[in-house]
Design a protein around this ligand. Structure first.
Ligand SMILES: Nc1nc2c(c(=O)[nH]1)N=C([C@H](O)[C@H](O)COP(=O)(O)OP(=O)(O)OP(=O)(O)O)CN2
Ligand SMILES: [Zn+2]
Length: 118
């Protein structure tokens, strides 16, 4: 099995609902998010790739267009804009164009990340 990954960054605002009022994440705040797409394949293509990293440019285009410099609450409603929910939403958006995709990871801070892997 071969595995590859590529990171994409974006900045966005959000607030989380359903938390205690005093929880800091109830307030509108922002993160410099990092999205990592994880791909795997049993065999390599003739170039020796799972997939050419260059072919992942549509992921950057999608993130730039739909997530960058936005309020994620608008995009994720009625779901909470948690890293877990964002990871699943992105997995489902990218999977049709990326059969080798097996997981999407969303990191809000350098110390935290959530992974969606069906
Ligand atoms: N399981 C999850 N927990 C939390 C999420 C999430 O998406 N999934 N999100 C948040 C907040 O949006 C935000 O990311 C705060 O995270 P936290 O690690 O608490 O950030 P801090 O920088 O304030 O933490 P320090 O302990 O000061 O490093 C909360 N939880
Ligand atoms: Zn947050």
């Amino acid at each position: 099995m071969y595995k590859i990954s590529k990171e994409f960054a974006f900045s966005a605002a959000h607030s989380l609902f359903g938390l205690p009022e005093e929880h800091p994440c109830s307030r509108l705040h922002g993160h410099n998010y990092v999205v990592t797409v994880h791909l795997k394949a049993d065999k390599l293509n003739p170039q020796g790739f799972v997939r050419d990293y260059n072919e992942l440019s549509f992921v950057k285009d999608y993130i730039d267009k739909n997530l960058d410099h936005r309020n994620l609450n608008d995009i994720m409603a009625p779901l909470n804009s948690s890293a877990e929910n964002i990871a699943k939403m992105l997995f489902e958006a990218f999977k049709p164009k990326l059969p080798e995709l097996y997981a999407v990871e969303v990191s809000e801070t350098p110390k935290t990340s959530a992974i969606y892997e069906p």
